[in-house]
Design a protein around this ligand. Structure first.
Ligand SMILES: O=C(O)CCC(=O)C(=O)O
Ligand SMILES: [Fe+2]
Length: 223
């Protein structure tokens, strides 16, 4: 598969450290990637029947089971697109960082993530890129009631997350949360990180591993 990101509108502003774009992949490529993600979630579920409160599929699993997703994460094309959006040359973060490329799924009523920043364990500025793969529910527009919200300067903003959109933000500087999903709804998010300088100090490395354990081992953010 050789998907191509296509911006169907001018490059959005990044003045507020947050940007959203629609229809980021050609529909056929997007459908194929969603298929890859759905198979993966099925596999994870059968191995981990205790997955009750939402969950994450880590980078290592993705490498084995969703190769197209990982290839796209590491593609120069995505890297240039994100660099253009944030007006800074960025690169994919290292393989051993579980946050680099992961899939988050919200599928039980109440699955949510509380207010948080995405910690930056690197020297350079650090950006989170989300591509909603599935977002289905009972809202009038067909989406789930789970909402990505960002708080800046005391103001809360709802960030729409329809499938095949892309949200780029500086997660270490923009506080954000996801409100609980409703009964019978489903939301699956492909989450990635990029960094202007992905070197880190030994101390930052330790801090990162602690964070990975919290998020992926015990799912501390899923309260
Ligand atoms: O599910 C979302 O919309 C946000 C997930 C999130 O906070 C993250 O990936 O850092
Ligand atoms: Fe986050």
């Amino acid at each position: 598969m050789d998907p191509h990101f296509a911006l169907d509108s001018p490059l959005p502003s990044f003045a507020q450290r947050l940007a959203m774009m629609d229809n980021i992949l050609p529909p056929d490529d997007f459908v194929r990637l969603v298929g890859e993600v759905e198979d993966l979630v099925e596999t994870e579920r059968s191995y981990l029947p205790a997955h009750k409160k939402g969950g994450t599929v880590a980078y290592e699993t993705l490498e084995r089971q969703a190769p197209n997703l990982v290839e796209l994460y590491r593609s120069s094309e995505l890297c240039s697109l994100v660099s253009d959006v944030v007006r800074l040359k960025v690169e994919a973060t290292p393989l051993h960082d579980q946050s680099s490329c992961s899939v988050l799924f919200y599928e039980k009523p109440g699955d949510h993530i509380g207010w948080h920043y995405d910690h930056n364990f690197y020297r350079g500025r650090h950006f989170t890129v989300l591509v909603p793969m599935v977002n289905r529910g009972r809202e009038p527009n067909g989406l789930s009631q789970a909402r990505l919200m960002a708080r800046q300067n005391g103001r809360d903003q709802i960030i729409p997350t329809p499938p095949n959109s892309m949200i780029v933000f500086e997660g270490a500087r923009v506080r954000h949360k996801v409100t609980p999903i409703g009964e019978g709804e489903r939301r699956v998010i492909w989450s990635m990180t990029f960094c202007a300088d992905p070197r880190n100090s030994a101390l930052q490395g330790v801090a990162r591993r602690v964070k990975d354990t919290a998020f992926f081992g015990f799912r501390a953010l899923w309260t």
